[in-house]
Design a binder for this molecule. Structure first.
Ligand code: ZN
Length: 356
């Protein structure tokens, strides 16, 4: 299998103080690697000409990229792959994120699990019955997309089927994160979908939070319900259970988990101050944020919705259906005025004919 060099690999080299010249010959450069090389070269040029360090914003990129059709097949190939530097790096990231989830009180006991897609039919996952705060790199398991364990000395999590139901239906989901964060899980237990149009960052980076009906955790029925909800939502509340999020890499999926629980906590605090009658941005302002979300590469099923529908929130606040003006100023109002003019002109014409 030809070695794939990602943007993250380039950044790792740069962090070690090496230049882009240190990239091994013959590796396959991903688009993000090419971007990182270009950025590093232009940064170097600027530093040489101005003597100043660059402050260009960089988003983390930990996506594991593979060539389609290159999955290891034999037992030995699978073991070599399972212990390869790129996969070992991902295991370290899973240990790190497990600890971050546990420290933030998102998981209790053996709750929560993580998966990363590492091939056409390969997924790295956390084991069952383990505290996410105290995992070791050696605890991780390798499975196929049907849940068969291929490597790892501990049994894989039973909830991996739900993660893979998402990956099978949504190819952009390269990693999933599941936890039981108390604020978001409170919404899941109450069966209330968190409202939209309250915090701009949530609209851009999280989008509308999805809901999946309760099914016994780890069952095919649960996998199906969650997988279908996750096609359009990067964060899904599993009723009477918890939250599952997905992203392009495990850091991205975990950020969505933080975004979800922080958003739910803020909405819960605000309702204690003022009940459900909270301030919202307008449908037009929401549209701008959804367009910004699309420009960052995140699809949103609301892109074609009418502005009036964007801040509906009738589930959270019954009776409030539409924040946009009902008549006159909105597009619907304009159509009504035009229709009235046509009816008036026709009426005048008919009356004139009768009188002639
Ligand atoms: Zn769970």
């Amino acid at each position: 299998m030809k070695k794939v060099f990602t943007g993250r690999d380039v950044e790792a080299l740069l962090r070690e103080g090496k230049g882009v010249d240190a990239i091994p010959a013959g590796v396959l450069l991903t688009p993000t690697a090419k971007d990182a090389i270009k950025a590093a070269k232009s940064r170097r040029t600027r530093e040489m000409t101005s003597g100043e360090a660059s402050l260009e914003p960089m988003t983390p990129d930990y996506e594991f990229r593979w060539e389609s059709g290159s999955d290891p097949q034999s037992g030995q190939e699978i073991m070599n792959f399972f212990h390869s530097p790129g996969v070992e790096d991902l295991k370290h990231r899973m240990v790190d994120i497990g600890r971050r989830m546990w420290e933030k009180n998102y998981t209790d006991g053996n709750g929560g699990n993580l998966t990363i897609r590492v091939g056409d039919n390969l997924v790295l996952c956390t084991p069952t019955l383990i505290s996410k705060g105290y995992m070791q790199v050696e605890d991780m398991a390798l499975i196929d997309l049907d849940g068969n364990q291929l490597a790892g000395k501990r049994k894989r999590t039973s909830e991996c089927l739900t993660h893979m139901a998402i990956m099978k239906r949504q190819p952009k989901a390269k990693a999933c994160c599941h936890a039981h964060p108390p604020h978001a899980t409170a919404f899941a237990v109450a069966g209330v979908r968190p409202p939209t149009c309250m915090i701009p960052e949530a609209e851009v980076f999280l989008g509308e939070i999805g809901m999946a009906q309760y099914q016994t955790p780890g069952t095919p029925a649960n996998a199906k319900a969650v997988g279908e909800a996750a096609i359009d939502h990067m964060s899904v509340l599993m009723i009477n259970h918890g939250v599952i999020t997905w992203g392009k890499d495990i850091e991205d999926a975990y950020w969505k988990m933080e975004n979800t629980d922080a958003y739910c906590q803020t909405v819960l605090l605000a309702t204690q101050l003022k009940g459900a009658d909270l301030l919202t941005i307008t449908g037009g302002q929401a549209k701008e944020l959804i367009d910004l979300r699309a420009s960052l590469g995140m699809e949103d099923k609301r892109a074609n919705w009418k502005e009036c529908e964007l801040c509906d929130n009738s589930e959270f606040r019954p009776g409030v259906v539409c924040a946009a003006p009902e008549d006159g100023a909105g597009a619907g109002g304009q159509l009504n005025l035009e229709a009235e003019e046509v009816v008036k002109a026709l009426t005048d014409q008919i009356v004139a004919e009768i009188n002639s």
